[in-house]
Design a protein around this ligand. Structure first.
Ligand SMILES: Nc1ncnc2c1ncn2[C@@H]1O[C@H](COP(=O)(O)OP(=O)(O)O)[C@@H](O)[C@H]1O
Ligand SMILES: [Mg+2]
Length: 244
């Protein structure tokens, strides 16, 4: 494997009375796509939030491009090139689609500090996710699938060196899923390192170089998507224990 862009060691996060993530370690190689899967409540979003900096770890290390980022707030991590989407979308409702994405360009890992430049970059990202037909709409006028596209465009506008995707395909139909798979594949082909949380197994299979499976906050399997999805412990985690 290439030199890792991200190294996560013994990551743990406790909430009152609950350990949501327990002693999770993994690496993400440069240009690699790592799938993060597991049943609802497994701790996937919690891992992603600790990497992006919106949630502090209880224990563990997070090293991005050789640098310990745990002490850095989320906006500093964004400047270093860590871009993410949110499972629960939070667009700025009163702003246009274009300006929602331009904000990403203003605050991310870019030199686009002028609004005109940021809007130009935003247009390019919106074209990429096929949302350029809606640039003048208010964000709160968008339907669910277009909000997912907006989330992705916002993350792209930050010019990330590593992209963290949290269920960007949830609620999309089969055609829309294929479109988003194509977008992510093209990002991978450009060499972007991507951590992707996804329930859509077709996407996990076709995009991931490796897959990590969480269950009750613990990593229960790691390997190729084929190995992992045929692993009895993983099948049991998804389907529940068979009653005898
Ligand atoms: N801010 C929080 N406060 C308390 N419990 C939380 C919080 N965030 C997540 N949890 C709990 O942590 C567990 C893992 O959640 P999450 O990481 O969102 O799972 P996933 O993304 O895999 O569905 C769940 O039991 C969830 O209820
Ligand atoms: Mg989640």
């Amino acid at each position: 494997m290439s030199e890792p862009i991200l190294e996560v060691g013994h990551l743990t996060r406790r909430f009152a009375g609950l350990t949501a993530v327990k002693d999770v370690s993994f690496t993400l190689g440069r240009g690699e796509v790592l799938g993060l899967i597991g049943p609802n409540g497994a701790g996937k979003t919690t891992v992603l939030s600790m990497v992006s900096g919106t949630l502090a770890p209880s224990e563990g290390t997070i090293v991005f491009e050789g640098r310990d980022i745990v002490p850095l707030p989320a906006f500093r991590r964004a400047h270093l090139g860590i871009g993410r989407t949110f499972q629960i979308m939070r667009p700025f409702p009163g702003l246009t689609v274009l300006d929602n994405v331009a904000i990403g360009a203003l605050f991310g890992n870019t030199n686009k500090k002028a609004l005109a430049q940021a809007r130009e970059a935003a247009r390019e990202c919106l074209r990429r996710v096929d949302l350029h037909g809606r640039i003048d709409h208010r964000a709160d006028e968008l339907g669910g699938p277009d909000r997912k596209r907006l989330e992705l465009a916002k993350a792209l506008a930050m010019s990330p060196r590593m992209l963290l995707l949290d269920e960007v395909m949830a609620g999309l139909n089969l055609v829309e899923i294929d479109e988003v798979i194509d977008v992510i594949r093209s990002l991978r082909d450009e060499g972007l390192s991507i951590l992707v949380i996804e329930h859509v197994m077709k996407a996990v299979r076709s995009l991931s170089d490796r897959v990590l499976v969480l269950h009750h906050g613990v990593c229960i399997a790691e390997g190729t998507s084929e190995d992992v999805l045929n692993n009895p412990a993983v099948i049991e985690a998804y389907l529940g224990k068979r009653k005898t």
